[in-house]
Design a protein around this ligand. Structure first.
Ligand code: KG4
Ligand code: ZN
Length: 365
């Protein structure tokens, strides 16, 4: 393991990283050690603040992060009985995300780094999701095929190593979590929509409502969910269907799209020894079961992190920091001093800068 200049490794169990996450509607702080121990963590959801608006309001989110982050850092350090002297690096999400919120976490991390002389690690939120399965699963080695499905992203990535990502597919319009949230809104289920749609779908027939599978079988490797959402709207407006049937049929259509696109990614870039799912939609049991069966069919190991690591959290950010400290290739060698204190928050930050632009106006890199 490459040791950073400031790494004390006082316990002999590896460096300890403080992680901060504030890119969407969760304020989170965690202390993670390189031996995969989550020493302490705290998470505050802003669900209640955003629920009246049916989605995340950036101004409200930034304000809530600003109010909460400092006391949460104090609480997590207190819970662990550690001081900044015991910490080896300060990691924060530096993008992509709602930039006001990202700035709150990043500036807090910069202040702590400056005060303590410990290195700052500016972490890509997507990299946090991409590496979090390795925090949960010690046996998960590189390379693996990653399906990242959240409210803002829907991608298939080849994860070849820390800092080495090849984007094989992305969405040309909506992210899958977004499609779940919009379907929930159409069905009058409130926000956040994913868990509500999943609950309602349990009582429905997934074959009852004919819905499209956009881009299924297409030579274009990407995802598309806008047409599915419009079809859900028409099904709701027709008044001809039971809401539970619509929810179940929507969920099934989404799962069919995921499996079809994964199959195509394997054909083009495979084989891979393992399939990994991350992001908030990975909490969905129907999605998980379908992915597990897919992995089984292709003789791949299947890893899905525990639910608390699938949705936004700070342990994954601290863990990405641990991975980075351990990675010589990523520049964390003996003279490693971290990212510059003038690192600017990035609203967009693709994991694979080489990836070609996918068509579509609302593309989320
Ligand atoms: O990763 P995440 O916490 O935040 C980001 O978007 O980065 O993902 C949140 C998304 C929301 O769209 C939410 O509706 C969806 O994940 N989600 C689910 C479920 N739980 C959360 N979607 C489907 N089924 C679920 N059980
Ligand atoms: Zn996320």
């Amino acid at each position: 393991m490459g040791s950073a200049t400031h790494t004390s490794d006082a316990t002999g169990l590896g460096p300890i990283v403080l992680g901060i996450e504030s890119s969407c509607d969760e304020t989170a702080v965690a202390l993670v050690r390189a031996d995969r121990t989550i020493i302490a963590q705290a998470i505050a959801s802003q669900e209640a603040e955003h629920a009246p608006y049916g989605g995340v309001v950036p101004e409200i989110a930034a304000r809530a992060h600003a109010e909460r982050v400092a006391p949460m850092i104090e609480a997590v350090m207190g819970q662990a009985g550690l001081t900044l002297d015991d910490v080896d690096a300060i990691a924060a999400t530096a993008g992509p995300g709602l930039v006001g919120g990202v700035m709150v976490g990043l500036v807090s991390a910069k202040a702590l780094a400056m005060a303590s002389g410990k290195p700052l690690l500016a972490i890509n939120h997507l990299e946090g999701h991409a590496l979090s399965p390795r925090l949960a699963d010690e046996g998960l080695a590189f390379p693996y095929l990653l399906l990242l499905v959240s409210g803002g992203h829907c991608q298939i990535l080849a994860v070849d190593g820390v800092g080495q990502y090849r984007r094989l597919a992305t969405t040309i319009d909506d992210a899958l979590g977004e499609a779940f949230d919009k379907t929930a809104k159409l069905l009058g289920l409130g926000y956040p929509g994913g868990p509500a749609v999943e609950r309602l779908a349990r009582d429905g027939d997934p074959k009852a409502v004919p819905l499209p599978r956009p881009l299924k079988g297409s030579a274009e490797p990407h995802f598309s969910f806008a047409g599915l959402k419009s079809a859900v709207l028409r099904a709701v407006e027709s008044g001809a269907h039971d809401p539970a049937d619509i929810a179940a049929s929507f969920q099934q259509a989404a799962v069919d799209c995921l499996i079809d696109r994964l199959d195509y990614a394997l054909t083009r870039a495979g084989p891979f020894p393992a399939l990994v799912v991350a992001g908030g939609v990975a909490a969905n049991q129907t999605v998980r079961a379908a992915l597990e069966a897919f992995a089984h069919r292709h003789a791949m190991r299947f890893t899905a992190p525990p639910l608390a690591l699938c949705t936004d959290n700070a342990a994954m950010i601290a863990w990405a920091g641990c991975e980075r400290l351990a990675s010589e290739e990523w520049g964390a060698g003996a003279d490693f001093t971290g990212d510059p204190l003038d690192f600017v928050a990035r609203p967009r930050w693709p994991l694979d800068p080489q990836a070609e632009t996918a068509r579509g106006a609302g593309v989320k890199a």
